[in-house]
Design a protein around this ligand. Sequence first.
Ligand SMILES: [Zn+2]
Ligand SMILES: [Zn+2]
Length: 346
Amino acid sequence: MRAAVFEGNGRLVLTERPEPKIVKATDVLLRVQGVGICGTDLHILQVPPAHPARLGIIQGHEFTGEVVEVGSGVREFSPGDQVLVDPHPGCGQCSYCRDGYPDQCSTLIASSGEPGHPGTIGIFSDGGFATHVRVPFYGLYKLRTRVPTHLAALAEPLACVLHSVGKLGVKPGDAVVVLGAGPIGCIFTAVLKAAGASRLIVSEPSAFRRERAQKCGATRVVDPTKEDLAKVVREETGDGADFVVEAVGPLLVTAMQLARFGGTVLQFGHDELVEPKVPMKDIIKKELTIRGGFIGRFSFSRVARILESGELPLEVVVTHRIPLADIHKGIELLRKQLALKVVVEP
Ligand SMILES: [Zn+2]
Ligand SMILES: [Zn+2]
């Protein structure tokens, strides 16, 4: 089969690989229908890399597909099912999994070979930039009504966002600022709107992305290169934002400045090369809460229901649908910020 393989030093190579086969009783073989190119994929392909990955693996962790074959121990799925994939399913047995932190599963962390990193499918083992992929059944979620492939491919980023928004506890009437309107910033905007945020200010330099954020529910969009963002936030909120979502990477300090007294900052943007200098006095005197948001946890069942219902304006997040042969064009579009989510349909 055709597959896009990570060969190190920024190289993603289209090559031939044998089709995967069922090995364990818990395995499921999928035909990949849609797979998103993630900011993390770009980080992996940066030189030097801003995110680790295993050499020689097929990349692609945001995929959806159709079940082709199941192992002898799989009862919940059968050929023809359309499924969402949690690319970092826990083992269910280690102490982290049993304490409710499957994203920190010790077998996943160990299999990545990187301290603090889960062994995500498509980053540390073969993923979805291919026609077929093998996954354990306990990472799969069945869709009960047919969902368009390019929207189902948003399941993983949507699961991450739902998990983080759940931790924040946004209520109707809250004022929220989102920094960055890439695919994640736009998905945050849509979910925060659904959660009840009444003022939803999105800061983003790209006009194209600001327009998408507006369609996702932003009540005000700001170009931070032309407008004074802090002033806009004060005008719109009075005292500052109840919640600030940092969906870029290096803007933690800006996020802290925009939060009101007692406000909460969510650091979601992930760039491992960034080490911001944090003003301690702001945390103490403003009694800020700073939270980290990483991957999805216990949120895929809700993702399935959201996708089945069509209740979020996710159509505006997907700007390009391309065949696997064009994956490098898709990556270029993202690097030049001419796209939001690019979905590969192998
Ligand atoms: Zn991702
Ligand atoms: Zn575990």
